[in-house]
Design a protein around this ligand. Structure first.
Ligand code: 0WD
Length: 256
């Protein structure tokens, strides 16, 4: 029996089998969790439904996190299938592509700042607020994905770094807010991984090479490695951990 047996988890952000959320879903499934999924927009509904099937799930719901109505509808629908929720994975980020290239001050605009913060940071709190009625009274856990660009300037990451800094701060405030209810809130800071979202960042290949050359483990991490840590964080094995940013980056952040 896996260490997530009996746990019901909602996973956002699976869009391909390279998505970090796909690695998380696979690891959670291996540990015995029951899974539900969300997708952004009808265009990818079938694709996400196929992935869900791979993980033995038929629970697939639309949710564009830019819409409060869709977030409310998600939990109204999920509540028809499950009487409670033990965990939620927020694996979502977005800003217009032109923000993720070149000099920060040239690339940042009021509009891409707003979009980056809304979709990549506020959405975590928005999902938590809406999920709360289903999580209350359970040893539930929330998990989000962040990146080193939150705390250091990383070339081309630009306004997404600011949004990740906001997201990391929201981990601390949400942990404080939900801790008295026994609900934990954590983030994994993953090293660079080639996914659809990552391919939107200019010169992303150079980041992969730089980490592979300089990280203590001399390689990049995989979605399975991030998935395994996520499964642990969502489980009762991590019952003493909240408000924590855990690096899964082959040790890169520890180097000078
Ligand atoms: O190197 C990397 N890949 C790292 C990613 C290193 C460290 C952290 N991360 C983070 C990302 O910033 C993100 O928060 O991990 C999370 C997952 O990203 P991913 O797995 O790298 O990328 P991907 O497979 O593309 O999934 C992100 C998905 C979107 O994909 P696209 O490619 O369509 O932008 O986030 C979803 C969408 O499925 N998404 C939304 N979902 C609901 N509502 C929205 C939205 N408005 N916007 C994007």
């Amino acid at each position: 029996m896996g260490f997530l047996a009996g746990k019901r988890l909602l996973i956002t952000g699976v869009i391909s089998n390279r998505s970090i959320a796909y690695g998380i879903a696979a690891a959670c499934k291996r540990q015995g969790a029951e899974l539900a999924f969300t997708y952004q927009g009808e265009r990818i509904k079938d694709r996400v439904s196929e992935f869900a099937k791979e993980f033995g799930s038929s629970l697939v719901f639309p949710c564009d996190v830019g819409s409060d109505e869709q977030i409310d509808a998600l939990f109204a629908e999920l509540g028809k299938h499950w009487d409670g929720l033990d965990g939620l994975v927020h694996s979502i980020a977005f800003t217009p592509k032109e923000a993720l290239a070149g000099d920060f001050l040239s690339a940042v605009t009021r509009e891409n700042f707003r979009i980056a913060h809304d979709i990549s940071s506020y959405s975590f709190a928005a999902l938590a607020k809406a999920a709360l009625p289903m999580m209350e009274g359970r040893q539930a856990a929330l998990l989000t994905l962040t990146y080193l660009g939150a705390i250091r300037s990383v070339p081309n990451y630009n306004v997404m770094g600011l949004a990740k800094a906001s997201l990391e701060s929201s981990v601390y405030y949400m942990a404080q807010s939900l801790g008295p209810k026994g609900i934990r809130v954590n983030a994994l800071s993953a090293g660079p991984i080639k996914t659809l979202a990552a391919s939107g960042i200019a010169n992303f290949g150079e980041k992969l090479d730089m980490v592979a050359k300089n990280a203590p483990l001399r390689r990049n991490v995989t979605i399975d490695e991030v998935g395994n840590v996520a499964a642990f964080m969502l489980s009762d094995l991590a019952s003493g951990i909240t408000g924590e940013i855990t690096y899964v980056d082959a040790g890169f952040n520890s180097t000078a």
